[in-house]
Ligand binder design. Structure first.
Ligand code: NDP
Ligand code: 8X3
Length: 259
């Protein structure tokens, strides 16, 4: 039987935009209580207000940079008692920076991607999964990418971070064997969010061009997949969900119509 999410506690990193914000909406509709994590508190507050008025959702907003291991540990240690038993962790916070060649890219871009996409995901996992093991219930949903499967020009460090997410998801499932805690890796192709604006540091034209003449996935498409994985019966572990737009067949093979 599918799992009901009513009153389950779900922590979503990167909930202030894109896929994370859509997940919050879908999970709120399913009755979950939400811990929303991001750096932009104004966006989280806006989302929390929307969810409260639409679904009476109980939310806890955490202003956290997932690259800060000590801040994560401190925040988790002082979670109010009725928020401590986290049922689902969605490790979604992530970003890409630039499309520079590996031998030319600014070091700072690498640090940001590696620290956020790999180390941030690990810090959150390390802080939250021990409680799931003790309580004998839990689910970690990592947001990987098509980039783990196809390396593309100028994207090698971003692709490496998402290949790491794939390996870390597999490794976590191996380490959790014998417990009821589940692990899922979601691997989307193009999803139209703030992702490309962030990659190109606010160059809106360049960001828009990524999706020119094709129909990308929406954040809601991904939230629907995440909700599906989260609601499978307890004996079912959805390990990977690889979803691409119909107009895409690899990271670089895109069908574009004249515009
Ligand atoms: P968005 O840029 O729309 O959202 C990214 C989210 O991550 C924001 O909420 C941002 O919040 C948060 N974030 C970034 N850095 C940090 C940090 N250091 N600490 C806390 N939160 C952080 O992009 P998407 O929704 O598209 O991206 C979500 C995930 O999906 C990422 O892991 C991305 O790699 C992955 N993905 C995206 C695809 C796409 O085509 N869009 C395809 C495949 C995977 P804030 O800035 O407020 O902190
Ligand atoms: C985001 C999708 O193809 O831009 O992970 O890397 S892609």
């Amino acid at each position: 039987m599918a799992i009901a999410l009513t009153d389950k506690i779900v922590l979503i990193t990167g909930a202030s935009a894109g896929i994370g914000a859509s997940c919050a909406r879908y999970l709120a509709e399913a009755g979950a209580r939400l811990i929303l994590v991001a750096r932009r508190q104004d966006k989280l507050q806006h989302l929390a207000d929307e969810l409260h008025s639409q679904y009476q959702t109980e939310t806890l907003l955490l202003s956290l940079d997932v690259r800060q291991a000590a801040a994560i540990a401190a925040m988790m240690a002082k979670l109010p008692a009725h928020w401590q038993a986290i049922d689902i962790l969605i490790n979604n916070a992530g970003l890409s920076r630039g499309l520079d060649k590996q031998y030319e890219a600014p070091l700072q871009d690498w640090e940001e991607m590696i620290d956020t996409n790999i180390k941030g995901l690990l810090y959150m996992t390390r802080a939250i999964v021990p409680g799931m093991v003790t309580r004998e219930t839990g689910h970690i949903i990592n947001v990987g990418s098509i980039a783990a499967r196809y390396t593309y020009p100028g994207g090698s460090v971003y692709c490496a971070t998402k290949a790491a997410v794939k390996v870390l998801s597999e490794g976590l499932k191996i380490d959790l064997l014998g417990t009821p805690v589940r692990v899922t890796n979601i691997e989307p192709g193009f999803v139209e969010t703030e992702f490309s604006d962030v990659r190109f540091r606010g160059d809106a034209d360049r960001a828009k061009n990524v999706y020119k003449g094709m129909t990308p996935l929406t954040p809601d498409d991904m939230a629907e997949m995440i909700l599906f994985a989260a609601t499978r019966p307890p004996h079912v572990n959805v390990s990977e969900i690889y979803v691409i737009p119909t107009d895409q067949s690899s990271a670089t093979l895109i069908h574009r119509r004249p515009t």
